[in-house]
Ligand binder design. Structure first.
Ligand code: SPV
Ligand code: MG
Length: 286
């Protein structure tokens, strides 16, 4: 058994009309997303920071996020899209980030136009934007810093998150696309898809659009595709499912006094061995 190989995110995007991406914070989560059929995995800053028990507020360092993303990518046959927040500082931090993520085999990174340190998009307050030209220069720097054609840089606008309107989001994304972004991500915390639909109606598709339908979960993939979106990220459903599953399981075992109460509803140990590809590893043992 050799290390698994995987296509670049750019290749995957070229092969699919729409790419479905699932959030994860560790390799096992990535493997389960791959098993379910997703075409890529989002190494989510919310998930990674939550897995460390700290807020998603630029508390962990670039090296810590890199380690998570790289550990996920090492075992997958699908590419990782790394959520790199603001790029961890200014332009030169962005350049260092691109170098390091590229070295680790990551083929897609996403940076957002908020001030460093950033706060998670769903938190009220702390959503101050970087000036459009300054963020555009981060995109130029990121593209200059990459050493392979594969590296895919997603420019994410938090305009709608910060309370600006669709026109402002469009203006920012046009500037980012013209600065070399490979795709734009328009994030919204509205309770319906209407804000993002308004964005798509005004977008001239000079580059692909990425969305994160967390607060408007009723938007079916066929409708998202018909609206012209190229990439959809289910950013934190896995994390939230994990919390529910662990909480219910721990509480039930503690309350019941033995674990018979959960045995029928939890994965078998053999299932874990299979996810670990144990038989393939055993063949390596000379
Ligand atoms: C993440 O998953 O870390 C994201 C999406 O950036 S959100 O949490 O909605 O900001
Ligand atoms: Mg994030």
């Amino acid at each position: 058994m050799q290390r698994v190989s995987y296509p670049s995110f750019r290749t995957v995007l070229g092969e699919h009309e729409i790419v479905r991406v699932a959030g994860a914070n560790h390799a096992l989560g990535g493997l389960l997303a791959e098993e379910a059929g997703f075409q890529a995995v989002w190494s989510s800053s919310l998930e990674v920071s939550a897995s460390r028990g700290v807020p998603d507020a630029s508390i962990l360092s670039m090296a810590e996020y890199l380690e998570s993303a790289a550990n996920i990518q090492k075992v997958l046959r699908i590419p990782v899209v790394a959520d790199c927040d603001t790029g961890y500082g200014g332009n030169l931090n962005v350049a260092h980030m691109v170098h390091e993520f590229e070295d680790a085999g990551i083929t897609a990174v996403c940076i957002e136009d908020k001030l460093f340190p950033k706060m998670n998009s769903f938190v009220a307050g702390g959503q101050t934007l970087l000036d459009t030209a300054e963020f555009a220069s981060k995109i130029v720097t990121a593209k200059r810093a990459q050493s392979t054609d594969d590296m895919f840089v997603i420019a994410r606008t938090e305009a709608l998150i910060s309370g600006l309107d669709v026109a402002a989001a469009l203006e920012r994304c046009r500037a980012y696309a013209d600065s070399g972004a490979d795709a734009v991500l328009v994030h919204s915390k509205a309770k319906s898809r209407d804000q993002v639909l308004g964005f798509l109606e005004g977008w001239d598709f000079r580059c692909p659009v990425v969305i994160v339908p967390t607060t408007y979960p009723d938007w079916h993939i066929d409708e998202i595709k018909a609206a012209g979106v190229s990439v959809v990220i289910y950013a934190n459903q896995g994390l939230r499912a994990t919390v529910t599953a662990l909480r219910d399981t721990y509480r039930a075992v503690y309350r019941h006094g033995d674990s018979t109460v959960v045995e029928d509803s939890i994965a078998s140990v053999q299932d874990i061995f299979d996810l670990q590809r144990l038989p393939e590893w055993q063949k390596l043992d000379a």
